[in-house]
Design a protein around this ligand. Structure first.
Ligand SMILES: NC(=O)C1=CN([C@@H]2O[C@H](COP(=O)(O)OP(=O)(O)OC[C@H]3O[C@@H](n4cnc5c(N)ncnc54)[C@H](O)[C@@H]3O)[C@@H](O)[C@H]2O)C=CC1
Ligand SMILES: Nc1nc(=O)c2c([nH]1)NC[C@@H]1CN(c3ccc(C(=O)N[C@@H](CCC(=O)O)C(=O)O)cc3)C=[N+]21
Length: 326
């Protein structure tokens, strides 16, 4: 007989990203063992951003430890265009990651750089074709042959992998519908993480409350998840953050501010809390009094997903070459 937890302890289980990343990296190792050459990822750091540098160094270390080559190239803003084009035409390069932001957030110039990366080497899935496929819930580039898989952005996909690990995805249901019946709040609706994440979760069947400073949006596939992909609508009149939280099985937060905390008194008893911000959006001791599961950070999962995406690019490059030869 298992001993019950002492009455004084909380019943919240804290799950660290490392254990989730380990499971994904094992899957990646399996795929890697079937290749004859080491996949090569090239990273471009053109902004002098210390946070970007940290993330890049950390990705480089994990890549090398797991049998991938990672070549970090520190360059100037002015060099980025030619550098990406050169990597596109270098057959020894399998994947390209460009760290953002490079140019001022308001200039829109970063969007131009994103489109420069060759589709077959875009390891973060940031070029328009991949973004389109994600929002439209299209999983392959070569439908109906379905040999070339579409690429999903790393952090939103990392959150999906965390939810699969936690069995929030119900494997009794068919693939693509496994979040049916779940209500999820995502706090952050940025173009790079929050909005794609809300769309992915809704495409998998969830009802998603997407929160940002400009208000709340609801992402769903409609009643009975009959639609092929998500649609977005306004919440009911007077619906506030507290109503979203009270209804949510899962709360995912990514507010980039040290002072922001999700009010623990608004959380549904026994909900699951996940933080993807580099700042702690949940107060640890308080959230543990309410949540059944708490994931304080996901960075390691994001990097495991980056390597999984790189492996997928290599597999896609092979499938494309074989199709061309046939
Ligand atoms: N763990 C990981 O793998 C990754 C973590 N991050 C982290 O996630 C955080 C967010 O990154 P981005 O989305 O790129 O940042 P961002 O600055 O582009 O977007 C943040 C969003 O949060 C919104 N926001 C700010 N205060 C809010 C509030 N009180 N309530 C609701 N929404 C609010 C903003 O309006 C904005 O839309 C950062 O801390 C970043 O470092 C980013 C990428 C990967
Ligand atoms: N093209 C591109 N893709 C990115 O994904 C990208 C980028 N550019 N530019 C820089 C930002 C920053 N970024 C972070 C990754 C992990 C944590 C993170 O939360 N890491 C730790 C916590 C902090 C720590 O341990 O120091 C964790 O989750 O375990 C934060 C920030 C990705 N970025």
């Amino acid at each position: 007989m298992a001993t019950p937890a002492p009455a004084s302890a909380t019943n919240c289980k804290v799950i660290l990203a490392g254990s989730i990343a380990k499971a994904l990296l094992a899957e990646v190792a399996e795929g890697l063992s079937k290749l004859t050459e080491k996949p090569k990822l090239v990273g471009f750091l053109a902004n002098g951003d210390p946070a970007g540098k940290m993330y890049a160094d950390w990705s480089a270390k994990t890549s090398r430890e797991n049998g991938f080559e990672f070549d970090l190239r520190v360059i100037s803003k002015e060099e980025i265009e030619e550098a990406v084009l050169a990597a596109n035409s270098d057959s020894t390069v399998n994947g390209i990651i460009v760290y953002y932001p490079i140019f001022s957030r308001t200039s829109g110039q970063d969007s131009y750089v994103k489109e420069l990366v060759d589709l077959s080497k875009d390891v973060e899935g940031l070029t328009h074709k991949y973004v389109f496929n994600m929002y439209q819930n299209i999983r392959y580039l070569d439908a109906p042959t379905n040999n070339v898989k579409s690429i999903l952005p790393c952090t939103p996909l990392a959150v999906v992998k965390v939810l699969e690990y936690l069995q929030i995805y119900n494997s009794i249901l068919p693939y693509g519908n496994r979040l049916f019946g779940k209500t999820i709040t995502v706090i952050n609706r940025s173009e790079v993480v929050g909005r794609p994440l809300a769309a992915l979760l809704a495409n998998d069947g969830a009802k998603v409350h997407s929160i940002d400073l400009d208000g709340i949006q609801v992402f769903t596939r409609g009643e009975g998840i009959k639609k092929k992909h998500h649609e977005v609508h306004d919440p009911p009149e007077g619906f506030e953050l507290q109503d979203c939280l009270a209804a949510s099985d899962v709360v995912i937060s990514g507010v980039p501010s040290a002072s922001y905390k999700v009010d623990p008194s608004l959380l549904r008893d026994g909900c699951v809390c996940i933080n993807f911000s580099s700042e702690k959006n949940f107060d640890g001791p308080a959230v543990k009094e309410k949540a059944s599961i708490y994931v304080p950070a996901i960075g390691k999962v994001t990097i495991a997903v980056l390597l999984r995406n790189l492996l997928r690019l290599v597999q896609n490059q092979k499938a494309t070459a074989e199709a061309a030869a046939a």
